[in-house]
Design a protein around this ligand. Structure first.
Ligand code: PMP
Length: 315
């Protein structure tokens, strides 16, 4: 089981075991009852504190995927804009709901200079840092330029804990900004399906109006609460990712296997090498000429480097 899990490098999941403290006080018998409002309220306060916003700016939901689904329901009659490539669910969900979504191609992994012109009056999504390219797409100047132009600017900060870049400080000034964050990545709770939106209370109100009741389970709320009670394991994991990413990128570069680091928890590697890893039982996501690989644990990084040496000998 552990061996199998360590080969799952395709979904950017946590690669280290979670600390036991995360499961403390988890009373399984609580599932007899519907998720208590007080529990969600406590989590809202913790998130507000963590993100540095007023609790009225916090909306909790079942994953960013859930927030994306809801966003299209709330703004069903608006035009949407996103860059391409971007996290695939934005397009997948728009197609599923029959939403009009325009896509703007990135140029050398950057937003084109006329992006804000195209964004005029639209609900505009920027995945920052972006998945799958792994880089920051927008600085504060561009964010403010977009905010003065768009209906709503949605910034997907799924990888915030790795990149350290956030636009949360702009929330006070711009009521048309919404930030999506998740417990799935640096917090390691992908299976719990908990995420949150930071936005003006007016936007929070709209999302609440369209949301399903009890969409986040009691157990998931409890796990997220425990995670925020002590985030030292998150800080440690982020550090491990940075160290192993550097180690892997250096080793691949010495072996002349092309690769690209990211400010997230994944790297891009040469597609042929990625296919070689797949033949050895690894799961990897592919896009364009790249394989996208979650930065593995130290021991699996060791294994990947050994395989890269083998691969170089063979090719
Ligand atoms: N946004 C981005 C940019 C992602 O990469 C992912 C997961 N790969 C998600 C959102 C999905 O987040 P969640 O698990 O909260 O639905």
């Amino acid at each position: 089981m552990v061996e199998e899990e360590s080969r799952r490098l395709h979904l950017n999941e946590m690669q280290l075991p979670l600390p036991p403290a995360l499961f403390e006080g988890l009373d399984l018998d609580c599932v007899r009852f519907y998720p208590p409002e007080e529990l969600e309220e406590q989590l809202r306060l913790q998130i507000a504190d963590y993100a540095g916003v007023d609790p009225s700016f916090v909306f909790i939901y079942s994953g960013i995927d859930g927030l994306i689904e809801l966003m299209y329901k709330v703004f069903w009659d608006r035009a949407f804009l996103i860059h391409d490539p971007a996290y695939y669910v934005y397009e997948h969900e728009a197609l599923r709901q029959g939403i009009s979504l325009s896509k703007v191609k990135l140029r050398f992994s950057k937003l084109p200079s006329d992006f804000s012109v195209q964004a005029q009056g639209k609900v505009t999504v920027v995945v920052n840092p972006n998945n799958p390219t792994g880089n920051i797409l927008m600085d504060e100047t561009l964010a403010e330029k977009l905010l003065s132009n768009v209906e709503l600017l949605v910034v997907d900060e799924a990888y915030y804990e790795f990149s350290g870049v956030t636009f949360a400080p702009l929330l006070e000034k711009w009521p048309n900004l919404a930030i999506f964050r998740t417990f799935s990545k640096a917090f390691g709770l992908a299976g719990a399906r908990v995420a949150y939106m930071l936005a003006h209370p007016k936007t929070v109100g709209l999302f609440s109006q369209y949301s399903e009741v009890y969409r986040v389970s009691t157990l998931s709320l409890m796990l997220a609460k425990n995670a925020l009670a002590d985030t030292s394991y998150v800080t440690e994991y982020v550090q491990v990712v940075k160290t192993q990413m550097e180690r892997l990128i250096n080793a691949l570069s010495t072996l002349h296997i092309s690769s690209r680091p990211s400010v997230c928890n994944f790297i891009l590697v040469d597609k042929d090498f990625a296919e070689f890893l797949v033949s050895k039982g690894f799961k990897i996501k592919f896009f364009e000429k790249w394989g996208r690989l979650t930065v593995p644990s130290p021991s699996v990084t060791e294994e990947v480097i050994a395989l890269a040496e083998n691969y170089r000998r063979l090719t």
